[in-house]
Design a protein around this ligand. Sequence first.
Ligand code: AMP
Ligand code: ZN
Length: 113
Amino acid sequence: MADCVFCKIIDKTIPADIVFEGDNVIAFRDINPKAPVHVVIIPKKHINPLEDMDEEDIVMIPEIYMAARTIAADEGIDVSGYRVLTNTGPDSGQEVEHMHWHLLGGRLLGDIG
Ligand code: AMP
Ligand code: ZN
């Protein structure tokens, strides 16, 4: 997707602090971190919103969660705990229209809302 910032990170046409790369997913540090550890995990395929993930795309979701576990262990927050969440659509406050999952940790996280 030509004007998608996350596709540009995948293409490596804009820089990012990449912490994990697998066959179908890539993860990088959030540019505006909300916690000591804040990593954005994305499918390499441009998909948005969640409703556009078909049955074939949905098989990426286990890879997203396996990446989250690997990164959490690498960052030393696997025991203290962490949150994995996604936003989809206007009410969620989603800013970047390429599906992504936030991995947050390194502090006590408040209520979702
Ligand atoms: P959301 O509100 O769920 O769409 O979250 C999008 C996230 O992407 C925000 O936390 C942004 O700080 C982050 N973000 C936007 N552009 C970049 C970028 N170029 N590199 C890293 N993180 C980014
Ligand atoms: Zn994209």
